[in-house]
Design a binder for this molecule. Structure first.
Ligand code: INI
Length: 165
């Protein structure tokens, strides 16, 4: 569906067409055995759907808790069509799982609403490292890849929708 089709039908659907898009990846170093795989999956998803490798920016932060601040800087810069946050919060390794996971999710949602830029939650929240690895490409898909698709779909949808007044 093209933008003009959408205008005439009143139906908007984001498509997986990443050509011409600039995307930022914010990745947490904590549990990097998992997050490196999410990053590889996200890069794969972006390139497969037409995003030029040179238009992908990669930024590392210490842990998932730091993702919202960096996402906010990236989104507010005006230089990106979407920001993808990647992390792995694993219950088994922390006593403050709920706080880290909760603040990360809430912060990311807030950045998207504050900036109007799609900010995707590509953060695994699992009980064990094994479960996280499974969802990072070993067995049950790759959440990084899915995050890339969500980012492109949302960025494409927003480029079709009317601008805010
Ligand atoms: N950060 C993570 O990304 N994943 C975790 O599982 C985790 N645990 O287990 O605590 C974690 N903690 C660090 C946190 O994100 C911050 O970097 C730290 O609290 C400093 O602000």
């Amino acid at each position: 569906m093209t933008s003009s089709d959408a205008m005439s039908s009143g139906r908007y659907v984001g498509m997986l067409r990443g050509d011409g898009m600039a995307v930022a990846l914010a990745c947490a170093r904590f549990n990097d055995l998992v997050t490196e795989r999410l990053l590889a999956g996200a890069r794969d998803g972006l390139v497969r759907h037409g995003v030029d490798t040179d238009s992908v920016t990669e930024v590392w932060v210490p842990g998932a808790f730091e993702l919202p601040l960096v996402a906010q800087r990236l989104a507010a810069s005006g230089g990106f069509d979407a920001v993808i946050c990647l992390g792995a919060v694993i219950r088994g390794t922390t006593g403050h799982y709920e706080q880290v996971a909760g603040q990360c999710a809430a912060g990311i949602a807030r950045v998207a609403l504050d900036t109007g830029v799609p900010v995707v939650f590509g953060v695994l929240t699992t009980d064990t490292v094994e479960q996280a690895l499974e969802r990072a490409g070993v067995k049950a898909g790759n959440k990084g890849y899915e995050a890339a698709e969500n980012a492109i779909e949302m960025a494409d949808l927003l480029r079709q929708l009317p601008e805010p007044t």
